[in-house]
Design a protein around this ligand. Sequence first.
Ligand SMILES: [Zn+2]
Length: 176
Amino acid sequence: MRQGSQPRFLLDVMLGSLARWLRLLGYDTLYFNEGEDSVLLSRARARRRLLVTRDRELAGRRDAKGVILLRSPQLCRQWSELVVACNLRPDRNRLMTRCGDCNTRIVPLSREAARRRVPPYVHATRRRFRRCPTCDRVFWRATHVTGIASRLEKFLQAARLSRARAATGRRARRLP
Ligand SMILES: [Zn+2]
């Protein structure tokens, strides 16, 4: 997939956890925890986003073009379903480029500016800091971020497996 041609998403109320991880994986993802089906559809259309839902009724509407229905209640399976549905190829370079809370692209924060924002031991032991311009959270590579990083690695691995499985399934079905 070309740089910059990643799909953009709008997730509905049942997919809050997936929304957060999609953002951390670098996907531009809006999340609405309220709103009528018709409002969600028109928002997705107006913003040129794929609407992702677990609501069969919503996905079954006649005007529900470009809606992706996820069947599993489990995060890891939802991710696999979305990878296959959209042929996602998550880019390692995009990991942790968006704020998981608000979807804004995070920006570098100078070490000097970070001094006032983080605990002294963090400032003394970390070199690179970033911040979300919208919710003003400061990020640095710490143990909790390493935990996120290892989970993101699992998401990358799951994406490769899911695509491979889907490709094998397609080939198998084509056999006479
Ligand atoms: Zn934010």
